[in-house]
Unconditional design. Sequence first.
Length: 118
Amino acid sequence: MQPAASIMPVNGLDKGPCLGYNLGYMVTAKKRRKKAAAWSLYILTCRDGTLYTGITTDLARRVRQHNDGSASRYTRSRLPVKLVFSMPCRNRSQALKKEYAMKQLSRKEKKVYIRDNG
């Protein structure tokens, strides 16, 4: 009579029952990291003069999406939009933090920031 599951050592490890597969213990391949995307913070001017702030990994594609009306509800009704400012960020986290900080500024403060840094 055979036991329902036997302990089978894999590469010197004595882990888990062998049920036709070894619960991932035989997996030794290293996970490959994706190339880090280059994040950007951007500001658009809409047809009505309002400012829209966002982040993206592909600035040209995102501006095109805004002008096609497929990017955000806000800009969809204020077409066309024009890119007035962009800033590279190290990673998504930094981009989100800068976006939040920018959205806390008043319109006047944003205009000054764009003028001085754009």
